[in-house]
Design a protein around this ligand. Structure first.
Ligand code: ZN
Length: 290
């Protein structure tokens, strides 16, 4: 009996090794990029009653960003994703070739992206010598007006500061955060076009290559064929908000890039699981079914 087990042991070990190797191989070669979608950032001082689940605790966010830095992640801008992964019009630079790509985005331009996030990014840069890039999807129609008291939203000046420091990738979320699927063509064009014009006006001198407002995120994640078609007249790509991981190996339509909503209910561990790609096998199946 004992000798039977011993005889089988090398074979079983071999089998276990093969299975483990295939799983690892699948994880490593799967062409996925998690794109996380945040909103505002709250601190321990923020009265929780006034905020929904949408705002994320500052301490947890700092922990996760620090984890990404220490584990050699590449914080993609929208243009990086477009150039190196979607269109592949340029080769991935050597400095990034061993890194794990991820995108961290913040929607709606809450002021806390300036007051509670920028100090973390600054602190992490001083500690690790690495710059965390975050993508902001902004509605210029709801930007803070000059001189208005304590707005909940960012002003142009704050956007400019984060851009100048190299932390913000400023992109468009429509002029007034309207559900684009409910608009007339004329209103739709206004939402798409005016958002781009206003954001570029705010950042003009800091953005000679006009990378600001070249990409778009649908308000409420809502889009249809007409919205996609008009978005493609003004923007190079558009982001959804649909709880899926981007498998860029099979994404043909640049106007439905998936994103994963992150709210207060998403724990630190869950976010690590997403980032480390434990949802990859699921995303591959979706791709094949298409
Ligand atoms: Zn939004």
């Amino acid at each position: 009996m004992t000798s039977q087990i011993n005889k089988n042991f090398p074979f079983r070990l071999f089998l276990a090794f093969i299975i483990l190797f295939s799983i690892l191989n699948l994880i490593i070669t799967e062409p996925v990029i998690p794109i996380l979608g945040f909103h505002g950032i709250m601190t321990s001082k923020t009265p929780t009653s006034s905020l929904g689940d949408m705002h994320y605790p500052q301490q947890d966010l700092e922990k996760i960003l620090e984890y990404f830095i220490r584990n050699n992640y590449w914080f993609l801008t929208t243009q990086d994703l477009y150039t190196f992964f979607l269109t592949k019009s340029q080769k991935i630079p050597k400095a990034h070739s061993s890194q794990k790509p991820i995108m961290i985005s913040f929607d709606d331009g809450y002021k806390t992206v300036y007051t509670n996030l920028l100090p973390i990014l600054d602190k992490l840069e001083k500690k690790y010598g690495k710059k965390v890039k975050v993508v902001l999807f902004i509605n210029p129609g709801v930007l803070e007006r000059k001189g208005s008291p304590s707005s909940t939203h960012l002003g142009c000046q704050e956007l400019r500061e984060g851009l100048k420091q190299g932390f913000y990738d400023i992109q468009s979320h429509g002029l007034n955060h309207k559900d684009l699927t409910t608009l007339t063509r004329q209103e739709l064009v206004k939402e798409l076009q005016q958002a781009q014009i206003k954001l570029r006006k705010c950042t003009q001198d800091l953005d000679p290559q006009q990378q600001v407002a070249s990409h778009f995120a649908y308000p409420y994640g809502a889009y249809n064929k007409q919205v996609q078609s008009y978005a493609s007249k003004y923007y190079l790509s558009s982001y959804a908000y649909n709880n899926r991981i981007l498998n860029y190996g099979c994404l043909k339509n640049y106007y439905e890039i998936p994103r994963i909503p992150i709210n207060r209910q998403v724990s630190f561990q869950k976010m690590l699981d997403i980032a480390e790609g434990f949802h990859q096998i699921k995303s591959q199946q979706k791709c094949e079914n298409k």
